[in-house]
Structure formats: structure tokens, C-alpha cells
Design a protein around this ligand. Structure first.
Ligand code: UFG
Length: 324
């Protein structure tokens, strides 16, 4: 088994590659290193290529045989997608089309695609299942939903088998603290809270405390990055049994507020975490919590980290190894 991991130098892709290598699956990472990290590629070959440059994809695929591909390359910041929509549609949609076309030429008939909770837009119910209306409210979510549609069309036209996995809030780091979440600039809550605990980041800002939630701060469903990796491997098995284009929501089904994350981080680190309340961040829904019953039932997904504490503890072990 040989899997092409597009975006394998990034946060989720690099954990995926290690996860598969640890289970004796061969992997090759394709990455343009625009936001990924060379040192995060730990196992398998790294081929530098850019999905916006079809010739470089051709060079990456030429001479190698792959049984399946996983596609983690994307621009993924909601706010940035609002101010730079062309960049988001170019990277996330055109780049994916280039990959799909190359996969067709090279006879790669299976794809696991990184999708997002942002395809749903404003939640209409407490737990978001796969049947929830898809009405993205920003270009990031719209670009991912467009790809889901393209994958359905590719299934009808070319017989491509695909699974779109809609992550809620990916978090945590590898259990051996070798790789973790590192973005520049960092916008995600848990890394920012832990940098504040280390004293290496700016003072933490809590974006809004007047939401209609129990403590006024936003509620999210945090899911460990290695549990996401497990779901991807199960998706590979699923595509052996099922043709067509499929989608699953991935979260733990439990919401935690920003204040609860700060409290859990205080407990995990034993440090004081200073923060100030700032205005709401545009585009943030008050509550985003997944129903992942379908993934549990049909993929057989059993996340190992179902509570917030172990997720933050794993992130903390990795953050302490970093010299920011
Ligand atoms: N937050 C802060 N301070 C920070 C960073 C974040 O208060 O320094 C808050 C945010 O306002 C939000 C929560 O913490 O309420 C979580 O924010 P993140 O940036 O960590 O994650 P998001 O919920 O914004 O992002 C996730 C996924 C995206 C997806 C989005 C859909 O990472 O891929 O949900 O809304 F698009």
C-alpha cells in the first residue's frame, strides 16, 4: 500500500503520515512548504510540488505508483478567506482540480479529502450531523463545499471513490511530542493559550464573552489530530468496500467554551494564563458541535481522546519542546 499525502508537511498531514508509517503503510508527501515544515515530514519521501503548478504535480506522480491519495493542502483561515477570496478559490478549488486531473491520468482512484465544519455555516441545531443544511458563510467553507460537489461529479463521470472528512476543531500533538501544531501567524485557540502559558506569545485575547452560551464565550468540539488520522485510515478501508462520494463529520460530540479551554490549560500546565476579553471575531458561530454517529457506525471510528484534558496535555508536551 502506497499513499500520496498532499500537504503532508502541515499540521494534520504530518500526523497522518506518521500514523500510516507506524502501521507499515508507505507514504510520499507532496508539499510546497508554503506553510508546512520540512522537519515535520518524518517517514517517507518529501516531494516539493505545488498544486497550482500542474507540471510539478506531474513530476511528483511520474514514476511512482499510488493506491490512494489524501488531500490536506489548503488555505484554512476563515478571516483571511473573507479578505482574500481569490487566493482561497484558487488554492482550494483550482489546486484540487489540478490534483484530481493528475490522479485521473495516473489511475489513482481513491481520495480522502480534508473538509471542514465550515461547510455548514450557522448551525441550526445543537449537534451537526451530515444532513444539516450546507450554507457556508465564508469563502473558506464555500471552497471546501465546492470540492465536495466536484468529488460527487467525479464519482459519476470517472468512478472516483472519495471520502470527505469534515473536521470540527483539530487539536493536540503526537503522543511522543515530536510534531505538533505550528502556524505562522498562529490564530488557533489552544496553541495561543499554551503560548500564553509559556510566556512566549502575546497576551491571549478572548474573542467575545457575550455569546448566547453558558459563560458567554464560543463553544467548540475539539478532536485530537491522531484520532483524525485514525478516521482517514478507516476511510481508506471504507473505499475498498464502497464506491461513490461520501462525507463524515468528525468531532467528539462535546462542546467546550473558550473559558473552559483556558481552565483546562491552567490545570494541564500548572501556570497562570492571563487573558483579556476582546471584541468578537467576525465569522465565529457561537457553538459548533458535531454529531459523529455516522463515522462511528459506518467507518468504525473510535476516538481515543474523548475529553479536553488529554488533548491539551498532548499539545502542552509538544509546546514545551519549542523555542519560539
Ligand atoms: N479564539 C480566541 N482567541 C484566540 C483564538 C481563538 O478567543 O486567540 C476563539 C475563537 O474566537 C473561537 C474559538 O476560540 O471561538 C476557536 O477558534 P479557533 O481559531 O481555534 O478555531 P475555529 O473554531 O475558528 O476554526 C475551526 C476550524 C476551521 C473551520 C472553523 C469553522 O479550525 O477549519 O472552525 O468555523 F473553518
Amino acid at each position: 500500500m502506497h499513499v500520496l499525502i498532499c500537504g503532508g508537511a502541515g499540521y494534520i498531514g504530518s500526523h497522518m503520515a506518521r500514523f500510516l508509517v507506524a502501521r507499515s503503510v508507505s507514504v510520499t508527501t507532496l508539499d510546497n512548504l508554503s506553510t508546512g515544515h520540512r522537519e515535520a515530514v518524518q517517514g517517507g519521501e518529501l516531494v516539493e510540488a505545488d498544486l497550482l503548478d500542474p507540471a510539478s504535480i506531474e513530476r511528483a506522480l511520474g514514476g511512482r505508483r499510488f493506491d490512494a491519495a489524501m488531500h490536506f493542502c489548503a488555505r484554512s483561515l476563515v478571516g483571511e478567506s473573507v479578505s482574500q477570496p481569490y487566493a482561497y478559490y484558487a488554492n482550494n478549488v483550482s489546486g484540487t482540480l489540478n490534483l484530481l486531473e493528475a490522479m485521473r491520468r495516473h489511475g489513482i482512484g481513491k481520495l480522502v479529502f480534508s473538509s471542514t465544519a465550515a461547510v455548514f455555516g450557522q448551525p441550526e441545531r445543537e449537534r451537526i450531523d451530515e444532513d444539516h443544511p450546507k450554507a457556508p458563510i465564508n469563502p473558506y467553507g464555500a471552497s471546501k463545499l465546492m470540492v465536495e460537489r466536484i468529488l460527487a461529479d467525479a464519482s459519476s463521470a470517472y468512478g472516483l471513490r472519495s471520502v470527505a472528512l469534515r473536521y470540527f476543531n483539530a487539536a493536540g500533538a503526537s503522543d511522543d511530542a515530536c510534531i505538533g501544531e505550528s502556524h505562522q501567524p498562529e490564530t488557533h485557540l489552544i496553541p495561543n493559550v499554551l503560548r500564553a502559558a509559556l510566556g512566549t506569545g502575546p497576551a491571549l485575547k478572548v474573542f467575545g464573552d457575550d455569546y448566547p452560551t453558558p459563560d458567554g464565550t464560543c463553544v467548540r468540539d475539539y478532536v485530537h489530530v491522531d484520532d483524525l488520522a485514525q478516521a482517514h485510515q478507516l476511510a481508506l478501508d471504507y473505499m475498498d468496500r464502497h464506491d461513490g462520494a461520501h462525507a463524515f463529520n468528525l468531532g467528539n460530540g462535546k462542546g467546550f467554551s473558550v473559558r473552559e479551554v483556558i481552565d483546562a490549560a491552567k490545570a494541564a500546565t500548572g501556570r497562570e494564563i492571563r487573558y483579556e476579553v476582546a471584541p468578537r471575531r467576525p465569522g465565529d458561530p457561537a457553538v459548533l458541535v458535531a454529531s459523529s454517529e455516522k463515522a462511528r457506525r459506518e467507518l468504525g471510528w473510535v476516538p481515543a481522546h474523548t475529553d479536553l484534558a488529554p488533548i491539551i496535555e498532548s499539545a502542552w508536551r509538544w509546546h514545551q519542546t519549542q523555542s519560539y
